[in-house]
Design a binder for this molecule. Structure first.
Ligand code: SF4
Ligand code: SF4
Length: 100
């Protein structure tokens, strides 16, 4: 699985969402980052190189300082309605001043 870690916080430019073939990256307007749904991620790695701030890592390769983000991604989806979350993700504003 792939995990989104701290550098996404406050950036949320959505580049990863644009390339994910299974649309498994989610957020809402109220969240400070994007999250990958581990139940849907197919481990394709497409999102990793497009992140302008290097926030995305294979779960096994998350730097030690950001390993707390592994459960953050997993727990984000607990008890959430995925169809509502898909809608919220589409409606969430993207920051346009990301460091491309
Ligand atoms: S690894 Fe592939 S399937 Fe998983 S979140 Fe990234 S782009 Fe989507
Ligand atoms: S590409 Fe990186 S910074 Fe942009 S939304 Fe995805 S994880 Fe966050």
């Amino acid at each position: 699985m792939y995990i989104i870690s701290e550098p996404c916080v406050g950036v949320k430019d959505g580049a990863c969402i644009d390339v994910c073939p299974v649309d498994c990256i989610y957020t809402t307007a109220d969240d400070s980052q994007m999250f990958i749904n581990p139940d849907e991620c197919i481990d394709c790695a497409a999102c990793e190189p497009v992140c302008p701030v290097t926030a995305i890592f294979r779960e096994e390769e998350v730097p030690d300082k950001w390993t707390s983000y592994v459960p953050v991604n997993y727990n984000y989806f607990k008890g959430k309605d995925l169809s509502q979350l898909k809608q919220a993700t589409q409606e969430a504003p993207r920051k346009v001043n990301a460091a491309h």
